[in-house]
Ligand binder design. Structure first.
Ligand SMILES: [Zn+2]
Length: 422
């Protein structure tokens, strides 16, 4: 029997310039007395986390900053954060200030301060034990300082499991933050390169959830089998569409002029909307490709990011195969692909072959905002494709949301054609 039910979940939301000044008030209303502020060293240097902590003190809350989150968390970095929180606790609530990495770290900390056992017990099977938290978590307020990741809206914590050399996650509805506080002023210091990469992540969240396999195409689930990512559905569609419209008018401007508070606010709104969509519908091929593309990096160092280690930032890793991925998924629903291109580039000329429309619009945008020209430009060659394809096929949880089945040949073709995009 085919599925007839979809689900929708989202955190409470406070949005707008100045929103982060109200966290102390909000938490004091829940009776919190001791709060751990989780961030990373880079974000701590901007002063935002300490400002949030100081502001909570005015409401009689003892707030302590922990800046040991790692950008791209590992099981080891999460364990260190958990050990710190368990030793210095108990904590009534957690506040995460930073990008997806800080927010994901706070999710793991909250989980293991409120539930027994070890981190690996809760990691998705087969990498970990796939255990579900037995108790509710403490309130978690997520304050994103990077526009894009959407982690403030999702039920997932992503981590590298070092011993098994694999990226995996912890996924459970209880991990969704209680409240997302999105304050565009906190994103004003983002360098242009970060705005470009993180913006492509927003764009791909919207496009992938918009083109995801429809929820009605799955077999009917039992209540205990329901998953956070249920496929494209009318409510996620609405957020994705609106996000694409906002990106069409603000993305190039936010990269070109980072001081434009209006463009920053529109980008923050686009990120929030996309998060509310993909946090329920799911993402697919570009995100599945992004895991090996980021994971197998050799020596690429992107502009705007710390240069102490090689990396392909998440949003860039997602973007590099997006044009080819959407060329591949076109036949699943041509109308949706055309509509997405029209939303992103209103008034643009339609090519004769409509399959080329969305890939063309994406390539134009990526060239304009300084995203590298394909996987070749971040250090990959044709000889790397088999290993990358193998990594893509390991992401079956994401590929299950793709609107077409993805074989090894399909993944190989998408990755090969993504070596150079224009
Ligand atoms: Zn993403």
């Amino acid at each position: 029997m085919q599925e007839t039910v979809f689900t929708y979940g989202a955190p409470q939301l406070k949005f707008g310039p100045g929103a982060s000044d109200e966290i102390g008030y909000d938490l004091s209303q829940s009776g919190a007395k001791r709060v751990l502020v989780v961030t990373d060293a880079g974000v701590a240097a901007t002063g935002h986390p300490q400002r949030v902590a100081d502001q909570m003190a005015e409401f009689g809350i003892e707030a302590v900053v922990y800046d040991g989150s790692r950008v791209e968390p590992t099981d080891a970095s999460l364990q260190a954060a958990v050990d710190h929180a368990r030793e210095t606790g108990p904590w009534d609530a957690f506040v995460a200030v930073g990008g997806g990495s800080a927010i994901d770290t706070a999710k793991a900390v909250d989980l293991l301060c409120t539930n027994p056992g070890d981190l690996i017990d809760y990691v998705n099977a087969p990498v970990g034990g796939g255990r579900s938290p037995a108790h509710p978590l403490a309130p978690l307020v997520a304050v994103p300082t990077t526009t894009g990741t959407g982690s403030e809206s999702t039920t997932v914590c992503v981590l590298d499991v070092l011993a098994q050399q694999v990226k995996s996650g912890i996924s459970h509805p209880r991990l969704r933050p209680t409240m997302a506080v999105v304050d565009p002023r906190l994103t004003m210091t983002q360098p242009a390169g970060v705005t470009a990469a993180a913006g492509m992540d927003i764009l791909c969240h919207a496009l992938e959830s918009w083109t995801a396999r429809p929820y009605t195409s799955y077999p009917r689930k039992q209540p205990e089998e329901r998953v956070p990512y249920c496929g494209a559905n009318p409510i996620a569609d609405m957020w994705a569409e609106k996000s694409l419209r906002l990106l069409a008018t603000s993305f190039r401007q936010a990269v070109k002029n980072g001081d434009d508070e209006d463009a920053r606010t529109q980008m923050s709104l686009a990120a929030t909307f996309a998060g509310m969509g993909f946090g329920n519908a799911g993402v697919h091929i570009p995100h599945a490709n992004a895991y090996p593309v980021a994971g197998r990096v050799r020596d690429f160092r992107p502009e705007g990011y710390p240069d102490d280690h090689a990396m392909v930032p998440h949003g860039m890793a997602v973007a590099l195969t997006a044009p080819e991925a959407f060329r591949f998924t076109f036949d699943a629903d041509p109308e949706r692909h055309v509509r997405a291109a029209e939303l992103l580039a209103p008034g643009s000329d339609r090519p004769d072959d409509l399959r080329e429309y969305l890939p063309g619009v994406l390539a134009d945008l990526m060239r304009d905002i300084g995203i590298p020209n394909g996987l070749g430009a971040v250090g990959y060659a044709e000889s790397d494709v088999p290993a990358l394809a193998e990594g893509t096929l390991k992401q079956q949880r994401l590929l299950a949301t793709a609107p077409k089945d993805v074989t090894e040949d399909d993944a190989t073709a998408i990755l090969t054609r993504s070596l150079e995009l224009w």
